[in-house]
Design a protein. Sequence first.
Lengths: 318, 341
Amino acid sequence: MSTLEQTTIAVQVVATRWEAESIASYEFAALDGSDLPEWAAGAHIDVHLPSGLTRQYSLCGDPSERSRYRIAVLEIIDGRGGSAEVHRELRAGRTLQIGLPRNNFTLADAERYVFVAGGIGITPLLPMIRQADRAGTPWELVYGARSAGHFAFGDELARLGASVRLLAQDVDGHPDFAALTQDSTGAAVYCCGPSGLMDALTEHMDRAGRLTDLNLERFAAAPVGETAPGDGFQVELARTGTVVDVGPDETVLDAVRAAGVDHPSSCEMGFCGTCETKVLAGEVDHRDDLLTDDERAQGNCMMICVSRAKCSRLVLDL
Amino acid sequence: MTLIAEPVIATKRELAEAAMRRSWFPVARICDLDTPQTATLLGVNLVVYRDGEGRVAVQSRRCPHRGGDLAMGEVHKNSIGCPYHGWEFSSSTGACSRIPSLADQSKIPPRAGIASYPAVEKYGHVWTVLEDPIRDMYDLPEWEGVELEWLAAEPLDSPVGVAVSIENFRDVAHFPFVHKVSMGPTPEVVEPLHVQRDGLDVWMDRPLDAGSGEWAGDGNCMMRYHCAAPGFASITYHYEKLGRRVVAGFPSPIDYEHVLIFWGVANEVGFQGASLEENLRIEEIVYREDLPVVEMVEPKEIPWDAEVQEFSVPADMFTLNYRRSFVELMNRVKDGVRVHA
């Protein structure tokens, strides 16, 4: 049960701008000239592309500017085609449909903020930074990109003041996550960027017992099936003592089934939870979409259709 | 590792039922308490009434003398009397407080009493719990500090389990099929759902554009879908122009595969939109489209033990997260209580 809803708005591209190497920004205004729905920092929209593809992009303009939305898109040449289509097709004047803003990455009140951006991950953080700045809350930004030419919105950030640290990877290397974790004590940390960056920061924050201070925006679900599952490892089936090898291209589910264990599964893509299995020992490399960060941190269960091991042997209640 | 003797592991179905016996469910509408009300919760026959001093009681319905139905009885100042021989039972403790046929009231059999259960008045309903609770009464953060005025609907009978009923309330992919009459054409493709879960609570925000439907002209609005295991589902509509309104459903298990859906609507005090009665009327039209479809689903409750194969898709992310929160509730039973010990 629920209610009738209309979820798209017809808009026109009213401006585009080259922001950095491979990054362009696009401004949309409603076709009928009316104000666009309100949004808050961290929100994203669906963009329905001319080919029928739908992609999600963070809004990176100013929420108080009601007549326009702005997104910024990094062109990924070998990607799934969405960003390339944006760069190819979205020119000023083009009309298209967008979804209403949605937000699962909101800026909660805090005494102080530390923002950590990697590459195009700056987009959801930019309005947050502006909001923190307007509220007079102390903030810092650590912004990493491949090279000096890859920083988007450099001039806007420069206008926001001196709390911005730019790290060009080819010169400055990776951020010092240990120092970042230490220096952010007492602050809420908001991070968006490549999964390697977010995983590294998560690991350091976890070690410091500060996962609850960390807020992440992942642009895509952790890749499933697209990348090699990783190295092989072993699982021990505690009920029988059997030890099963899990090959690099094999799932735990397949391996335990091959060993004669009858175990339920359904989606086999890590979101339905049917194959959830209790973990008695070992560290899990969680790759599902269902468990919360807290549940991952507890480490006492896993979805064996996609998740793997960070250690050489897992002991499962099977 | 060492293994102790293999424990007898209860089925998830048994855990689900045990978890519900230790969770809060509504058993009557507050507005019906002028007379004692009949209720059945997980096979336990109950009477719900307000005594002469205003205290609401939830007690077992059978008179322990000769089985009279206390829901047909008479309410006194702080007791209820059996319609058959007039035995009276305390509204606070359930102890027998008077036996009219007995000359000497000190001769009341000391163990002749009825079971008493907690009674909480909330969201237009009386809620109770059969056994030692493993969760608190439902209390939503998004309603904190919001004064809501409730209108409890006529309960709906539905021969399915609590979780199937909640999932219907929470499902977003059935609109273009089940609600094509009330809602008109709606998109079939479900956008990625951004579901959040913390313990027993699952929620997500979705924008509502007033569109051209029944509530056109109300302006834009954010909807907070919230549900909590085992039996609570609500939508809080926060309109930019009008304020907040709520629709909420609380299926209450008569038995494991049969619920009475208590439900209602609420408006924030000062809400500028439609009246409670009007909102209830429209939500009921929508709800009544669901019932004939849902009551035919097989099996009648979620196949917790994978006894039937089901396949899920990302549009099910909300209900899948609800299932996960229900499993957490089951684990509370398993960890704290020796089921089948």
